[in-house]
Design a protein around this ligand. Structure first.
Ligand SMILES: NC(=O)NC(NC(N)=O)C(=O)[O-]
Length: 314
C-alpha cells in the first residue's frame, strides 16, 4: 500500500467530512464514499431500486457527460494521496476517474462550490472493477474540498483523501483549545505498538464507541511499557489532560505519565499516575512551559480511548 495511507484520511466522516453534493445517486447514496471501514456486500440483495451497494452509485447515463461528487474535508489540508476503491462494483464500475481540489473560504453552498475554481489533483485515470487504486498527489497547496469525477458513470465504494491537516486555528486566538486534537492539526508521530488499532484513534473527535475506536496494543511480555508521541497542533502550554480508558475493561493500563518535549528539553507534565478501567480521567497540569510534543506513557500496556490536552498556543 502507498506510503501516504499512513497519514490521516482528511475526508473521513468521523473526522467531520461530508459529501455535500453529487450529480446523481440513483442507485446508492453518496454519503457512503467517506464512511469508515471496509465496504461490505451481500450478493443478490435487491431493494426496489436494484442491488444494494455500500458505496456511491449513479444510474446508467443515456446522454453524454460524467458524474461527480463534492466532498468537504473534515479538516482542510495538504493532500498527499487519494484512494479510489471500487470494491464490489464489477459490471458497473466507472472505467475512468479524476479528482480535483479547491480551497474555499467560509462556509460555501453547493452552488458556490460548483462555480468555484478547481485544480486537478489526479488526472483522468483508468480504474478496474472491485479494486483499490492509490494515486499520489504532488501539490503543496491547502485544500478544503475535493471533487471526484467518474467517466462516464458507475459505482465507487470509498474515496480516501490522505494528507496533512492545516486547520485555521486563528479562530482560537486568545482562547483555549485541545492541543492534541487531530482536527486541530495534531498527529501521533511515533508509537511503541499499534497491533490492534491505530494510535491516531486516541486523538480523533468525539467519544470512542467501543475498544476498536480507541488505541489498543498487544500484551507486552518484555517488562517495558507502551507509549505514543503526539505532535501538538502548535507549540503550546498544556493545562488539563484528559486520559480516557473508556471501553478498556480488562486491558486498561495501570498507570499513565506525560512528558512534554520542546527541542532537546524533556519536561515532566504528569508523574506516573494510577488509572481505572473504563473511566475518563482529568488531571490539571501545573507545569506551564510551552512544548511542541507530548509523550504519553502507559504502564505497562493496553491502550487508551482518547487523549485530550487542553491548553493555549504559545
Ligand atoms: N446488478 C447491478 O448491480 N445492476 C445495476 N446496479 C444496481 N445497483 O442494481 C447497474 O445497472 O449498475
Amino acid at each position: 500500500m502507498a506510503g501516504f495511507t499512513a497519514l490521516p484520511d482528511l475526508a473521513l466522516r468521523t473526522l467531520g467530512g461530508s459529501v455535500v453534493a453529487a450529480s446523481d445517486e440513483s442507485f446508492a447514496e453518496k454519503e457512503s464514499l467517506i464512511r469508515p471501514g471496509r465496504p461490505g456486500f451481500q450478493a443478490a440483495t435487491f431493494g426496489s431500486k436494484g442491488q444494494l451497494y455500500d458505496g456511491w452509485e449513479t444510474r446508467r447515463r443515456r446522454e453524454p457527460g460524467h458524474d461527480w461528487a463534492i466532498v468537504r474535508l473534515g479538516v482542510p489540508g495538504v493532500i498527499r494521496g487519494v484512494l479510489i476503491d471500487t470494491a464490489w462494483f464489477t459490471g458497473n464500475y466507472p472505467p475512468y476517474a479524476s479528482v480535483e481540489g479547491t480551497a474555499a473560504g467560509g462556509h460555501p453552498s453547493p452552488a458556490e462550490l460548483q462555480a468555484a475554481e478547481w485544480t486537478e489533483l489526479v488526472p483522468r485515470s483508468g480504474l478496474r472493477g472491485d479494486a483499490e487504486h492509490a494515486f499520489e498527489v504532488a501539490d503543496e497547496r491547502r485544500y478544503t474540498h475535493v471533487r471526484l469525477t467518474i467517466h462516464p458513470d458507475g459505482g465507487v465504494a470509498r474515496l480516501r483523501v490522505h494528507g496533512e491537516a492545516r486547520p485555521d486555528l486563528s479562530v482560537y486566538d486568545g482562547l483555549g483549545l485541545d492541543l492534541a486534537a487531530l482536527q486541530n492539526g495534531a498527529l501521533v508521530t511515533a508509537c511503541s505498538d499499534d497491533f490492534y488499532s491505530s494510535p491516531n484513534n486516541a486523538i480523533a473527535p468525539g467519544l470512542a464507541r467501543h475498544q476498536a475506536e480507541g488505541w489498543e496494543t498487544a500484551r507486552r511480555r518484555d517488562g517495558g511499557n507502551d507509549w505514543l508521541v503526539i505532535r501538538l497542533a502548535g507549540r503550546g502550554r498544556v493545562r488539563l489532560a484528559e486520559i480516557d480508558t473508556t471501553n478498556l475493561l480488562f486491558n486498561a493500563p495501570g498507570a499513565v505519565s506525560l512528558t512534554g518535549l520542546d527541542g532537546d528539553r524533556e519536561i515532566g507534565l504528569l508523574p506516573r499516575t494510577r488509572l481505572q478501567p473504563d473511566t475518563p480521567h482529568r488531571f490539571r497540569i501545573e507545569h506551564t512551559d510551552p512544548v511542541t510534543h507530548v509523550r504519553v506513557d502507559i504502564h505497562p500496556d493496553g491502550g487508551l480511548a482518547r487523549v485530550r490536552l487542553h491548553g493555549h498556543l504559545a
